[in-house]
Design a protein around this ligand. Structure first.
Ligand SMILES: Cc1cc2nc3c(=O)[nH]c(=O)nc-3n(C[C@H](O)[C@H](O)[C@H](O)COP(=O)(O)O)c2cc1C
Length: 163
């Protein structure tokens, strides 16, 4: 199974989750770079505003082609009850090129279902696995069992595995 993990992370939580999955699936990794400055309190407020308005922000051009992969895992922090702006920009441009997807979200407390509903709407394919984690659980390492189950679902449900 040829897999790609595409993620955006502002403060490292989604990166931690994404790197674990990439290692377990021997996947290639695409870290999305939001060209807007998201640092500090002002960056936080503007990020929330961009996400709430569902703005398409410029991201650096991806280095990988999602159409070349059996499975693309998309990982985003929840921003304003939806996906981060960089993931929205990526999915708006490339969502319909993805052949099979799996979704990962990280959050402070809530918004996983809403965020993943919005991500699904930008895809033209089946979502074979989905999971979401609170940042507190990730920091404490309490998410690992559920993340391993997600990885197991990716392996079991991949169209390439069933072929
Ligand atoms: C702009 C912004 C908006 C956010 N909105 C929400 C939200 O609506 N609900 C929530 O529970 N957490 C929210 N969070 C918290 C993040 O989802 C959470 O801290 C996430 O794990 C951060 O991931 P990262 O370290 O990969 O950037 C928000 C964070 C940012 C920066």
């Amino acid at each position: 199974m040829k897999s790609l993990v595409v993620y955006y992370s502002r403060t490292g939580i989604t990166r931690t989750v994404s790197q674990y999955v990439a290692e377990a699936l021997c996947a290639d990794v695409e870290e999305l770079i939001d060209t807007k400055n998201r640092k500090g309190p002002l960056g936080f407020v503007l990020a929330g505003k961009d996400a709430a308005l569902k703005k398409l922000v410029p991201i650096e051009p991806p280095k990988t082609n999602p159409a070349e992969y059996d499975l693309v895992i998309l990982a985003s922090p929840v921003w304003a009850n939806t996906m981060s702006s960089a993931i929205r920009a990526y999915l708006t441009k490339h969502g319909k090129e993805i052949r099979a997807a799996a979704l990962l979200s990280t959050t402070h407390t809530s918004g996983i279902a809403e965020s993943q509903r919005d991500m699904r709407a930008l895809l033209g394919c089946e979502v074979i696995a989905a999971a979401g984690f609170r940042q507190k659980s990730v920091k404490r390492g309490e998410h690992i069992a559920a993340l391993d189950a997600f990885i197991g679902n990716c392996k079991a449900s991949s169209p390439a595995e069933q072929a």
